[in-house]
Write a protein that binds this ligand. Structure first.
Ligand SMILES: Cc1cc2nc3c(=O)[nH]c(=O)nc-3n(C[C@H](O)[C@H](O)[C@H](O)COP(=O)(O)OP(=O)(O)OC[C@H]3O[C@@H](n4cnc5c(N)ncnc54)[C@H](O)[C@@H]3O)c2cc1C
Length: 472
């Protein structure tokens, strides 16, 4: 049987890189085309504020990358990747104290007091079977499971809205912790499926941590690119591909793009029925991001928060629920949920001596042009009063700025499409092989395909595996 000899990969995000590596490992000549001047898509770093301060343009915190069944098989260490584990994965300041997520499940359960036993019962099975769970979860939902009981047990717990799960907990701490974790879904917290995000991210914190690549997110991209080049892969920058016909002939083409870009790239080659299905794909709220260069660490009222790599701001569960509903109603929240990372506390290489980097964003209506900076800064100020006096430089990225730096971030949606239950199944269309497009040899491999957003490379991995199988 014939084997494919060459492939094009369009887009160098973590999924494009994963796909390119799988194809190169299979012996193909792989050419990677990137529209921007730097590689990595949502996995890049640079001096966004002042010289010597290294900020992450997209992702900062990597529980999924360190848990990725594919990345774990790659010799990324040999290509310079070092994971930095902050002392605590996560802190969530409240008015009088903070909810803390420790690496240790026991310590976290102790910290949650009367809610500890229930928290332990919820997390323990996930932590014990983490690798199996990841191999089930980081792939299309529609598949024959290798661990059906584990998946069924997880599914039953994960389906309800987090607001329902939280009713089983007595303390403000536990409820806020779960709400803040679930808010990574960018769904209203009353939506079904939000519990899945809380369990997965909480479980990841205990099983693998929430690490940063030393030197910035770019270091993970650089390691992936280094290995790809070692396998013989070729890279071309500054080449936004407008249509498939611009690419050199190849047996396979993998596209690290979303549905709107696929409609352009394959214009004239897609059947109308598929075009209509792609047009039904929906994006979620956008993000409003700010990167800070600071002259000192954030002055948290609760010093425990300074031990954490990631901080969730937004107060108790009721406040978080209001905050996360707002962008879905087309409004800015007056007191938003803010996701914040303080990388330089654990990785001094990120800033000149004495300086610090902070990465923060809130969820806003898709493509909004409203200024969400005052609300975001008020949330930081609430838990770290006086922080403004430490700001040496700041760079604000609106949804439009984010999209200009990476066309996959449609309207500032950083997850490649809304995480509604329907789109967890139909991503981007309902199909047993959602990566396949109707154009022969052309596959989608971005976060708009399963398992969705986040840095894990698994969409690229599964798309490339399918492409190889179908060619053969
Ligand atoms: C602000 C922000 C914060 C985030 N935080 C986290 C986090 O902390 N942890 C986490 O796990 N995830 C996080 N994410 C999500 C994560 O970065 C994405 O889910 C992930 O990068 C998606 O990978 P991808 O390969 O599908 O696409 P992308 O990373 O979006 O890469 C797509 C690439 O394709 C290129 N491209 C697109 N169209 C074309 C074309 N026609 N021609 C040539 N090139 C093209 C783009 O320029 C881009 O480089 C964050 C994202 C953002 C933006």
């Amino acid at each position: 049987m014939a084997s494919p000899r060459s492939a094009n990969v369009v887009g160098s995000g973590p999924n494009g890189l994963a796909a390119a590596i799988v194809l190169a490992q299979a012996g193909l000549r792989v050419r990677l085309w990137e529209g921007q001047g730097t590689l990595g898509g949502g996995l890049r770093s640079g001096e966004l504020t002042l010289p010597g301060f290294i900020h992450d343009l997209g992702s900062a915190v990597h529980p999924l990358a360190i848990s990725s069944p594919f990345f774990c098989t790659l010799p990324l260490h040999a290509f310079g990747l070092r994971w930095i584990q902050p002392e605590l994965p996560l802190a969530h300041p409240l008015d009088h104290d903070s909810a803390l997520l420790f690496r240790s499940l026991d310590e976290t359960a102790d910290h949650l007091g009367p809610d500890g036993p229930l928290y332990r019962r919820l997390m323990e099975p996930l932590v014990e079977h983490w690798d199996d769970l990841m191999s089930e979860f980081l792939r299309p939902l529609l598949h024959v499971p290798e661990h059906p009981l584990l998946l069924a047990r997880f599914g039953i717990r994960a389906l309800p809205p987090v607001t329902l799960l939280a009713r089983m907990f007595k303390t403000k701490r536990a409820r806020a912790l779960l709400g803040g974790l679930a808010a990574h879904s960018v769904l209203p917290l009353t939506s079904p499926g939000t519990t899945a995000f809380a369990l997965m991210l909480g479980g990841a914190g205990h099983a693998r941590g929430w690490p940063f690549p030393q030197g910035g997110a770019q270091a993970l991209t650089d390691a992936l690119v280094g290995y790809f080049r070692f396998l013989g892969g070729e890279v071309t920058l500054n080449t936004p591909v407008q249509h498939l016909r611009e690419l050199p002939p190849a047996d396979l083409t993998l596209l690290d793009v979303g549905p709107p870009a696929l409609l352009e790239l394959a214009q004239g080659r897609l059947p109308e029925s598929y075009v209509q299905r792609l047009r039904r794909f929906r994006y979620g709220p956008g993000s409003f991001k700010v990167d800070y260069a600071l002259s000192a660490p954030l002055p948290w009222t609760d010093p425990q928060v300074g031990r954490a790599g990631t901080v969730h701001l937004g107060g108790d569960l009721a406040s978080l629920t209001r905050a996360e509903a707002a962008p879905h109603r087309g409004r800015l929240s007056g007191a938003p949920y803010v996701l914040l990372a303080q990388q330089s506390l654990a990785d001094p290489s990120r800033a000149p001596a004495g300086g610090h980097t902070v990465w923060a964003y809130s969820h806003v209506p898709n493509a909004t042009q409203q200024d969400a900076l005052p609300q975001l800064e008020a949330q930081i100020e609430r838990s770290a009063p006086g922080f403004q006096s430490l700001v040496l430089g700041r760079t604000v990225s609106s949804p439009a700025t984010l999209q200009a730096s990476n066309s996959n971030l449609v309207g500032g949606d950083v997850g490649g499409g809304a995480n509604s239950l329907w789109q967890l199944l139909a991503r981007p269309v309902l199909s047993a092989q959602p990566y396949r497009t109707p154009v022969g040899g052309v596959y989608l491999c971005s976060a708009s395909t399963p398992p969705g957003g986040g840095v894990h490379g698994m969409a690229g991995y599964w798309a490339a595996q399918l492409a190889l199988r179908e060619f053969r």
